[in-house]
Write a protein that binds this ligand. Structure first.
Ligand code: ZN
Length: 255
């Protein structure tokens, strides 16, 4: 995936407003899990051997760190540009970009951002509601990126989906929050494609579905903390892809 209008968009976002919201803390990871199991947006490990001190699975292939950083930056610009452009198509008020705290090192959590005093988790990506920022373990990005660049777009678009939820009236936020975030990710990435600010390359669609499988729960959705199983996640993402933002909102909301 790539963004053909890079400099243009960067310019347009120069004056992005920052703000924080006052919602209760909800890190994007199941808090009852004591293991560093990737919760929200992390791939399942695939059984590859892991050094004891690794920050998750070792990338299966060598990655180009400069290209990774380039794609992470491009994904932020593309997703933010989509929401900035289309917010008022669906919602009232003014769109505000979430803050980006960016990549932290899951092997050095002491230096990672905290969310309302709670430490970040290893090998995870999350949206911090009370401080309105998105952050990720860079090792999570590296591991997924080894399988294809679409991974970073998926992770960032999903976490951005949580930031969008935090900006919506409560009746527009689905009980199935994680699946709604997947739906909003599909709406944003394919909406950006339709706008011509994101170009899909060969393999990207397959990488997106592989990514959704990797972050799926073992069991289907039963409560608000679940992410849904792989089929549910792919279905939710596809709903946003095909129907746009509106298809991600609860039917009863009358948005
Ligand atoms: Zn999530």
């Amino acid at each position: 995936m790539f963004n053909p209008l890079r400099s243009l968009i960067a310019l347009a976002l120069g004056g992005a407003l920052l703000a924080s919201s006052g919602c209760a803390l909800k890190l994007d990871v199941p808090s009852s899990d004591e293991s560093p199991r990737p919760g929200a947006s992390a791939p399942r490990t695939t059984g590859s051997p892991q050094p004891a001190d690794a920050g998750g699975p070792t990338p299966s292939k060598p990655i180009n760190e400069a290209e990774l950083q380039h794609d992470i930056a491009a994904a932020q610009r593309v997703v933010d540009a989509f929401w900035r452009r289309h917010w008022s198509d669906h919602f009232t008020g003014v769109y505000r970009s979430p803050r980006i705290r960016g990549g932290y090192d899951g092997n050095n959590l002491a230096a990672a951002p905290t969310c309302a005093g709670q430490p970040a988790a290893k090998f995870n990506a999350f949206y911090c509601i009370p401080e309105d920022y998105i952050a990720w373990d860079i090792n999570l990005m590296r591991a997924g990126y080894a399988e294809g660049d679409a991974w970073v777009y998926l992770i960032i678009a999903h976490e951005w989906g949580h930031a969008i939820q935090n900006r919506l009236k409560v009746n527009l936020v689905a009980l199935q929050k994680e699946l709604q975030a997947d739906c909003l990710a599909g709406a944003a990435l394919y909406g950006a494609k339709a706008d011509g600010i994101l170009i899909f390359e060969e393999g990207d669609v397959k990488e997106l579905s592989n990514g959704l499988v990797a972050v799926g729960d073992e069991t289907e959705w039963t409560n608000p903390r679940d992410h849904g199983d792989p089929i549910e996640r792919i279905t939710a993402f596809g709903r946003g892809r095909d129907g746009g933002v509106r298809a991600c909102l609860p039917k009863t909301a009358g948005a």
